[in-house]
Design a protein around this ligand. Structure first.
Ligand code: SF4
Length: 285
């Protein structure tokens, strides 16, 4: 007997997974999809609003799932040791385990797990090894790039998540925004994104600051209480401006030269490196 087929799209509150949901609904209007969102309960309000908007525009229901333990409980279990790019227990405990719990419901089915990695990206994401789960990357298969994703979102009327709306700082002549979905305290943020959080969501920034205990900080050698000192914000904004100017002049074609830019913080260089291939699809698509 043929196994029942289940089609799963995990949406993160980010642009790529939202575009994927729209794209697949248009491509396969008669196919039934299960939309999943792994809510860490530490998300930005923009993320929740974006998901609500996605639901109403597509006429779908996104199933919200929560981790067995809250971030606070997990942090306590980890003796206040904050997650980091190299010790990424947060994604495993708060998203991956939740995903696998749901997959157990479908143990007797063939699950098509659709992932929004684009054709212009060079990364794999996390691919479950269970035999009944088949990972499908429609954007890669169909040559969908970042420009296509933006077009899909614009055409649908959904647009980009609101955290992409930049803060304009005329003093420095810069615009900056948050570039990813996920927890408001995500350590994958560059320093300018932490400044964005401080200015746009001071309450969330304060909560992130309160998680820094026992000498652990979200950014190595830069506790958030230090980051918000005017002299450091000044330095971060100047560094960001220089980097943006260089990008605009197209003096760099890829990330490698960032490593040689001594004005960039160690933290931002590391994030650039990680971003090339290690950012997991569960948090950032
Ligand atoms: S968004 Fe960042 S902090 Fe949250 S689970 Fe993912 S990697 Fe961890």
């Amino acid at each position: 007997m043929n196994k029942k087929e289940i089609h799963v799209i995990s949406v993160s509150g980010g642009k790529d997974s939202a575009a994927l949901a729209i794209y697949l609904k248009e491509k396969y209007p008669n196919r039934e999809f299960e939309y999943l969102f792994f809510d860490t309960e530490e998300e930005l309000e923009e993320t929740y609003k974006y998901l609500n908007e996605l639901e109403s525009r597509l006429g779908i229901k996104v199933r919200r799932e929560y981790p067995a333990k809250s971030f606070k409980e997990l942090l306590l279990e980890h003796n206040d040791y904050l997650p980091s790019p190299t010790e990424r227990w947060c994604t495993r405990k708060m998203k991956l385990e939740t995903f696998m719990k749901i997959m157990k419901e479908y143990a007797d089915c063939t699950v098509y797990n659709y992932v929004g990695i684009r054709a212009d990206e060079n990364r794999q994401g996390l691919i479950p090894t269970e035999e009944n789960i088949i990972t499908v990357m429609p954007f890669k298969d169909d040559g969908i790039t970042l420009d296509d994703v933006k077009r899909i979102l614009n055409d649908s009327g959904l647009g980009l998540p609101k955290y992409y709306e930049p803060i304009k700082d005329e003093k420095y002549d810069i615009e900056y925004f948050r570039s990813r979905s996920g927890c408001y305290f995500c350590f994958f943020m560059r320093q300018i994104e932490w400044v964005w959080l401080y200015e746009k969501h001071p309450d969330e920034f304060k909560k992130a600051m309160e998680f820094e205990k026992s000498g652990y900080s979200w950014i190595q050698d830069m506790p958030l209480s230090e980051l918000i000192k005017p002299a450091n914000i000044d330095k971060i904004k100047i560094s960001y401006k220089r980097m943006e100017e260089i990008k605009k002049k197209q003096q760099i074609k890829n990330g490698t030269m960032f490593q040689e830019m001594d004005f960039m913080s160690k933290h931002d260089k590391m994030i650039d490196d990680m971003e090339k291939d290690q950012l997991c699809t569960m948090c950032t698509l």
